[in-house]
Design a protein around this ligand. Structure first.
Ligand SMILES: C[S@@+](CC[C@H](N)C(=O)[O-])C[C@H]1O[C@@H](n2cnc3c(N)ncnc32)[C@H](O)[C@@H]1O
Length: 313
């Protein structure tokens, strides 16, 4: 028996290449999961940052969101600029070489993968998303730097065990890892669930690892409430907005990097971001898991195992 084993997707319809039609049946038959009739988080975000990987329904909804909250037009750019500064900080000053970017989105210049491997080509990056559109683009577009590595994991943030297990295929959890949750936790409604996810992921990470969170605010711009309300009417991926206090509490037990939990444009702004200075109602924060960075084991010239510190504290 032969079945369709793989598909790509054009304007929401599955298209299967000639060789794929006759691939022998596997245990499970992948089904197209792309719905061009309903707005999709990754595609709406893509449209709002100037991308072309979106459908008419995404563009219409995005325009509705901007109508409700005009600042939405700047959110994606400001968050991307924040992520660039943070990733350069992590790959530079903090010496991080391993990244897990959960809720990656459709790849675009300035993403974690791009910045980390530009700043430190040996960086290893795991991209995680539960959207098939994102994963097909990620596989096609993300090429690791020759010295680095990149992998793609199809998982929900609600499956932290699966994420860390798959991430171990290219990352060493005995060395620090940066866990990036950029505009993702607003899709996890319950605070207790967010805390459980963070605890599970940070529990696997060694001291010296970092957590990065970007989250839309409930206490900075009231117009965002209306945008969230409109979004929740048309999408099953409901969002919740949260205040600074609630987000700050997620970092209990971690060392917040200065300036703490602040609107993303206020997190160490620098000259490269000069075009993205419009304040946006989105918080960003970076924190370090306290403790001594584990020593890495290497062989010296006499072939004896020696310990070295791989990253600055
Ligand atoms: C607003 S976009 C943010 C993309 C990117 N991090 C950025 O800030 O530009 C949210 C992303 O999270 C993904 N996402 C939503 N719910 C998710 C879940 N439960 N698990 C993993 N990814 C999820 C969406 O598919 C989308 O790509």
């Amino acid at each position: 028996m032969y079945v369709v084993a793989a598909c790509d997707h054009i304007e929401g319809r599955a298209r299967v290449t000639d060789e794929e039609w006759l691939r022998p049946a596997a245990h499970s038959v992948p089904r197209p999961r792309i719905d061009a009739s309903a707005p999709n988080v990754a595609r709406v975000r893509n449209y709002l940052t100037g991308g072309r990987d979106n459908f008419d329904v995404d563009r219409r909804v995005a325009r509705q969101l901007v109508k409700a909250s005009p600042v939405m037009e700047h959110v994606g750019y400001a968050c991307r600029a924040f992520l660039g500064r943070v990733t350069r900080y992590l790959a530079g000053e903090a010496g991080i070489r391993q990244f897990i970017d959960v809720g990656t989105g459709i790849p675009a210049p300035g993403g974690v993968h791009d910045v980390a491997q530009s700043a430190a080509p040996s960086s290893r990056v795991v991209c995680v998303d539960n959207d098939p559109v994102v994963l097909s683009h990620a596989r096609a577009l993300l090429r690791p730097a020759p010295e680095g590595a990149t992998s793609y994991v199809d998982a929900s943030v609600r499956e932290p065990g699966k994420i860390t297990e798959r991430a171990r295929e290219i990352l060493d959890f005995g060395q620090p890892v940066a866990i990036v949750l950029n505009r993702l936790l607003q899709f996890v409604g319950h605070d207790s669930e967010v805390r459980a996810i963070l605890a599970a992921m940070l529990g696997e990470a060694c001291p010296g690892s970092y957590l990065v969170v970007v989250h839309p605010a409930s206490d900075l711009d009231q117009s965002l409430d209306e945008a969230a309300r409109r979004w929740n009417k048309v999408s099953t991926a409901h969002v919740v907005l949260r205040g600074r206090e609630e987000i700050t509490a997620w970092f209990d037990g971690l060392d917040l990097v200065d300036p703490g939990v602040v609107p993303v444009t206020e997190w160490r702004p620098g000259p490269p971001d000069a075009t993205h200075v419009t304040p946006v109602p989105v918080y960003g924060a970076v924190a370090r898991k306290p403790g001594e960075v584990p020593a890495a084991l290497l062989r010296d010239a006499a072939n004896t195992l020696i310990k070295i510190r791989c990253c600055p504290p």
